[in-house]
Design a protein around this ligand. Structure first.
Ligand code: BTN
Length: 252
């Protein structure tokens, strides 16, 4: 597919993931991308919203059609986190780190979130959508008050603005490469994920439903689950769908 045909650019949408979902249901091909200037109801993980002010960030969804539902599907989001980090690093020179499992942070504040949504049909995967939101040229006052302490943008961190077009170009390249190498580059992405991960070695709070337990994050396992050790000495491997992990000291 040529670049122009692949990318549907829209002005204001509720959520690029939802637009791409309906295209996927109508038969859009793998690699289809939807980008919007603004989202009026940008979705985050766990039912949260994603702040998406007009013309400031990148609100981007990428369609995949994996053939089988195997363990590699659950590595898609963390691999995408590595791919997005690489794209940001190439364009900005800054080195994003990863807060397990898939938030990108710079100096401890969030610059990017990823929401992966999968649709099944008759026991098979119909499609997967990687939804990526990057805070690019937001200024501090563009963030809602509740995010003031935990979110940042590339421009706040670097003290200059960035071309969103240039970043989109690199993002598409990196995501294509990540997907092409699904069968062969597992070790390389895992190693880079571990290198960039800020969560390991930290005291964390493991949140599951209404329960909260203090633990220390030990390592990212081969399947990208997070091994933690609770205060009582017991160890557990956490999967991102089940729990969320917060730093005891703050967001990271
Ligand atoms: C998170 O931080 O919890 C995930 C945020 C994901 C935001 C992106 S922006 C593009 C795509 N469309 C959405 O509605 N959400 C994702």
């Amino acid at each position: 597919m040529k670049m122009m045909e692949r990318i549907l650019r829209l002005d204001t949408v509720k959520s690029t993931n939802d637009v791409l979902k309906s295209l996927a249901e109508q038969g859009a091909k793998e690699g289809q991308i939807v980008i919007a200037e603004e989202q009026s109801a940008g979705k985050g993980r766990r039912g949260r919203s994603f702040s998406s002010p007009k013309g400031k960030g990148i609100y981007f969804s990428y369609l995949l059609r994996p053939e089988k539902l195997d363990a590699s599907v659950s590595t898609l989001t963390p691999r995408a986190a590595v791919a997005v980090s690489r794209a940001i690093q190439k364009v900005s020179g800054m080195c994003p780190q990863i807060k397990w499992v898939n938030d990108l942070v710079i100096r401890g504040k969030k610059v990017c979130g990823i929401l992966t949504e999968m649709a099944m049909e008759g026991g098979k995967i119909h499609h997967v959508i990687l939804g990526i939101g990057i805070n690019v040229n937001q200024e501090a006052e563009d963030f809602p008050e509740e995010l003031a302490e935990i979110a940042t943008s590339l421009s706040i961190e670097a003290g200059r603005t960035f071309s969103r077009e240039r970043l989109i170009e690199e993002l598409v390249k990196e995501l294509d490469e990540m997907w092409r190498g699904m069968e062969t580059t597992g070790g390389e992405y895992l190693e880079e994920y571990r290198r960039r991960c800020v969560t390991t070695g930290q005291d964390v709070c493991v949140i599951s439903g209404s329960s909260r337990r203090k633990a220390r994050a030990i390592q990212v396992n081969e399947d990208y689950s997070l091994q933690v050790e609770y205060e009582e000495g017991e160890r557990e491997d956490l999967n991102s769908g089940e729990v969320s992990v917060r730093g005891v000291e703050g967001y990271v």
